[in-house]
Write a protein that binds this ligand. Sequence first.
Ligand code: HEM
Length: 152
Amino acid sequence: MLTGLLLFHSLLRYIILVLLLVTIFKSFSGWFGKKNYLPGDKKVSLFTFISAHTQLILGLLLYFISPNVASKADMGTAMKDPIARFWTIEHVFMMVLAIILITLGYMLTKRAKTDKGKHMRTAIFYLLALLVIFLAIPWPWAKVARGWLPGM
Ligand code: HEM
């Protein structure tokens, strides 16, 4: 169960990163190129939104079964260990923040009155989310590192 979830969670990161990049590119080019906000723009930002929420559910499931996440009783000790602290607090906190940014971006874009406003809101919120996600991924070069995929 843990292995399967971890593999899915790990793979989904690449899908989210690609979708975020496409959405951000389209919204900046729509904003600065003064383009109309088209159904394709909405579709790609919706796919990003859905993937991020799927990742949130997978992450929450992992959080409850992962041996790397400290229990409430061990919180004090976990705070002193950078690896336990990363999995128990930092990764979750930053990823939830990023998913909130994506959700806000998606909702505020819906409410914007002009096409420029729609492109601008998506561009800003999704770019901020991308930065946070990028920083919270345990890349092979990060302080708390993992392979490109589990077991690699
Ligand atoms: C866009 C959001 C997220 C991305 C891109 C992401 C990415 C990752 C990556 C790349 C790994 C390492 C997988 C591996 O070992 O190869 C991981 C592990 C993990 N993530 Fe996330 N994550 C996200 C959101 C979340 C959230 C919201 C939670 C919790 C609520 C969470 C909890 C965990 C846990 C518990 C682990 C694994 C710990 C272990 O190996 O035992 N993640 N995540």
